[in-house]
Design a protein around this ligand. Structure first.
Ligand code: TYD
Ligand code: MG
Length: 457
């Protein structure tokens, strides 16, 4: 029997500490360390009485005949299938993380119903809600008549016994990982040790039986229960479900995928009958557009392989303060400072006496440097009070010397813009010559100063 000792584990990142501390060395979070006993089953050294068993190595070529089912389980919910890279993969584990209340259970109930109605065996295990509550949600979603199997269980051994009954399930949904506990670990449910051990047991089941499993994980801020990050490295794919307060749309973002591309997004809108797919997100983010107002520029962005048009809004106003304000929502504030500095240093545009506010419409978040040109256009437009043409899109990265640098996927960006009725573009000269209807109305500034001259000129 291994000697039992206690250790302190960060509930945010899982770093193990020998002593309690206020701040975790691993991730820098405060008050996230919780005392946990080491489990008897995991990491406790070799167990007595177990003999090594010889495994079987196979060659790749012999495998093609061995896999009888289609390896992917396609839900038919296009935005979900896109984010998973073409459907759930048999024998794999997927983590769906997100803030409490964002709609994870809703999304997975809809996916479960879609699959079950097409003859797949789907088991929905909920540790958070009673079966009656899940049924209420299903009624609201209009899918109460589908043969999804529901179980309200939290013990991993019980769950395994339940789902091993009858035909092998195609998909098992575990909602949520923080409620699971296994007999193999002796910490409380929701602690890092339990969450890891329970996830490990379920993943082992998925791999050995060829079922797909989905683990739901709540993102936690307080560190009282373990976050989804502690299982990210164990699973084959990680999706985060995100949304901004006050907006109805939700984005399912792929951050890890062993079987497909990352950087993909699926876009949904939460309504009173559940999540609705938004196949054309640009329309959503451009919906609130105010034409003819200075300070607004449309950025032709990319999310993975998918073009997304969003409006960037800037407000530059005279400042009563000695140190003017710079406030950003939806973009990187360091990047804003850089664009402001380049405008000041190379284009003679002065912001020193002005407050600068930058906002991305619809609560959307942009991480691409390709937005630099659109941001600069919006800033100059607001400062000069001159509205930008309403039918023009902007994209391009700006270097510290003020040059406009080429970006990836220029063709897709232009095509999306054309599709939505835009007829002009400002884009980097380094990108290939545009074709199509827009070709004759493209402005290709060599430097940011050229763009400023065009707007102010
Ligand atoms: P839920 O899926 O329970 O969130 P999570 O599992 O991520 O914690 O979604 C909860 C929220 O979604 C709740 O605030 C109610 C809202 N909702 C709708 O607006 N419409 C619906 O049809 C459903 C089922 C939920
Ligand atoms: Mg839920």
């Amino acid at each position: 029997m291994a000697k039992s000792r206690t250790q302190f584990i960060c509930q945010n990142c899982g770093t193990v500490h020998a002593r309690w501390a206020g701040k975790c060395d691993g991730c820098g979070e405060w008050n996230t360390l919780i005392e946990e006993g080491t489990s008897s089953g995991i990491g406790a050294g070799p167990q007595t009485g177990r003999k090594a068993r010889a495994g079987r190595a196979v060659t790749l070529t012999t495998l093609s005949g061995e896999i009888e089912d289609a390896p992917r389980i396609i839900t038919g919910i296009g935005e979900l299938d896109r984010a998973t890279g073409g459907g759930f993969v048999r024998g794999s584990a997927l983590l769906v993380g997100g803030d409490p209340g964002i709609g994870k259970s809703t999304l997975l109930t809809q996916a479960a119903a879609a699959l079950a109605s097409r003859g797949h065996r789907i088991v929905y295990v909920s540790g958070e809600e009673a079966v009656a509550q899940i049924r209420l949600r299903a009624q609201r979603l209009g899918v109460a008549e589908t043969p999804v199997e529901l179980a309200a269980e939290t013990n991993v051994e019980d769950i395994l016994a339940t789902i091993s009954d009858g035909k092998r399930p195609d998909l098992v949904i575990l909602d949520s990982i923080q409620t699971l506990w296994t007999d193999m670990a002796d910490s409380a449910p929701g602690t890092v040790t339990q969450v890891r051990a329970a996830a490990q047991a379920m993943i082992r089941y998925a791999k050995s039986k060829g079922a797909a499993i989905v683990l739901v994980g709540h993102v936690t801020k307080e560190g009282q229960i373990a976050g989804p990050r502690v299982v990210e490295h164990m699973v084959d794919g990680v999706l985060y479900f995100e949304g901004e307060g006050g907006h109805h749309y939700r984005i399912l973002r792929t951050v890890k995928n062993r079987f497909g591309p990352t950087d993909e997004i699926g876009v949904f809108e939460m309504g009173d009958k559940g999540l609705r797919e938004v196949p054309n997100p640009s329309e959503l983010f451009l919906g609130e557009r105010s034409e003819k107002a200075p300070g607004a520029a449309v950025f032709a962005g990319m999310e993975g392989t998918r073009p997304v048009l969003v409006e960037i809004q800037a407000l530059v106003a005279p400042s009563p303060l000695g140190t003017p304000r710079r406030a950003v929502v939806g973009w990187d504030s360091a990047r804003l400072s850089m664009v402001l500095a380049v405008l000041e240093a190379h284009c003679g545009v002065r912001f020193a006496q002005h407050d600068v506010y930058l906002n991305i419409a619809g609560g959307y978040r942009i991480s691409e440097p390709a937005a630099d040109l659109a941001v600069a256009a919006a800033l100059v437009s607001s400062l000069t009070g001159l509205a930008l043409p309403a039918d023009c899109v902007y994209f391009g990265e700006i270097s510290l010397s003020g040059a406009v640098r080429p970006v990836a996927h220029a063709g897709s960006r232009l095509k999306e813009a054309e599709k939505l009725g835009f007829t002009q573009a400002a884009m980097p000269p380094g990108n290939e010559e545009p074709s199509g209807a827009m070709a004759s109305r493209v402005f290709r500034p060599e430097s940011l100063a050229d763009l400023v001259a065009r707007i102010a000129g």
